[in-house]
Design a protein around this ligand. Structure first.
Ligand code: 13P
Ligand code: SF4
Length: 302
């Protein structure tokens, strides 16, 4: 493993490549990653980098977003099967149907969506800036897709905005139900419950903090509590246990794993660097349209 890590590091230098890794990735990836974080942070880094090659240790929509933000760079996704089940829940035809049902209402799309979907939405958001983005529109009604739970959580936090949601969700976070929280709270009454907003509303309502993956980690590191129940993908717990060995992190339930996020290995990253694959390309006209939606988000998030 150490040998492979060194090989990747020197190849990275030679090829002027940068590795962006989402916080759900396997721990070994951190050793070679230049930037590790949530979707917003990684898209900001993808827009800024002056590297020739971007390797995305994450899922397809993240690499596609990086390509849209840096169209002249080579963007590689080490495993093509690393998709996002939520992003796949809405295609362009379904978006058009949803918009036609609710005409003249601005559409906000979660970054977990395809370039086609982004190209016909007004603005994009991530889990860390969704509140700010919806608020920035100053509208009484907003369409939100594909994640119904994130949309309804945003609505609960803003007064005077009706958020009309598309019927999509993340299958990993959807597995967490209210009973899981109630059960774990009985076992660990002192623990703070930290939850990703992709969870069901009944789950976010029972939580002490709701935020993105990096939001959850920041809260756990800065808060004086000693025990935390973590309601998101396992990668966040593994990371917190490594970073804060003096605190206790309890998974809300076992096996909360996003297989797509976990399929990328160090070997895959090495192969991606050597063979320069799998290259992500986006049609220029489509990319330019989708970029408007992403750029508006980055502008509001500054
Ligand atoms: P973050 O915005 O926290 O990175 O979430 C992305 C994601 O896919 C969570 O399931
Ligand atoms: Fe998509 Fe859910 Fe996996 Fe995040 S955890 S990448 S939303 S399937």
């Amino acid at each position: 493993m150490a040998e492979l890590t060194e090989k990747i590091k020197s190849l990275k230098k030679e090829k002027k490549a940068v590795i962006l890794a989402h916080c759900y990735q396997n721990a070994e990836i951190d050793e070679v990653a230049d930037f590790v974080g949530d979707s917003l942070y990684l898209s900001q880094m993808a827009a800024k980098t002056d590297a020739d090659i971007i390797i995305f240790a994450g899922v397809y929509f993240m690499a596609q977003t990086a390509k849209i933000l840096s169209p002249d760079k080579k963007v590689l996704l080490p495993r093509m099967e690393a998709g996002c089940a939520m992003a796949d829940m809405i295609n362009l035809a379904q978006l058009r149907e949803f918009k036609a049902k609710h005409p003249d209402i601005p559409a906000v799309c979660y970054i977990n969506s395809t370039a086609e979907v982004k190209s016909e939405c007004d603005i994009c958001c991530t889990s860390s800036n969704a509140l700010k983005i919806v608020e920035s529109l100053g509208a009484e009604k907003v369409l939100f897709l594909p994640d119904k739970y994130l949309g309804k959580w945003v609505e609960s936090k803003l007064s005077g905005v009706e958020v009309i949601t598309y019927d999509g969700c993340c299958p990993v976070h959807h597995r967490i139900v209210a009973e899981d929280i109630l059960h774990i709270k009985k076992l660990y009454p002192e623990a703070k419950v930290l939850t990703h907003p992709e969870c069901r509303r009944e789950v976010t309502e029972l939580s002490d903090y709701v935020g993105s993956t990096t939001g959850i980690m920041k809260f756990a590191k800065e808060n004086s509590a000693r025990q935390f129940v973590i309601a998101t993908e396992k990668g966040v717990i593994d990371r917190l246990r490594r970073d804060c060995p003096d605190k206790t992190f309890i998974p809300v339930k076992e096996n909360l794993v996003c297989e797509s996020m976990k399929c990328t290995t160090l070997e895959d990253i090495y192969k991606a660097l050597v063979e320069e694959k799998y290259e992500i390309n986006v049609d220029r006209a489509l990319s330019e349209k989708a970029l408007l939606c992403i750029d508006r988000m980055l502008e509001v998030s500054k």
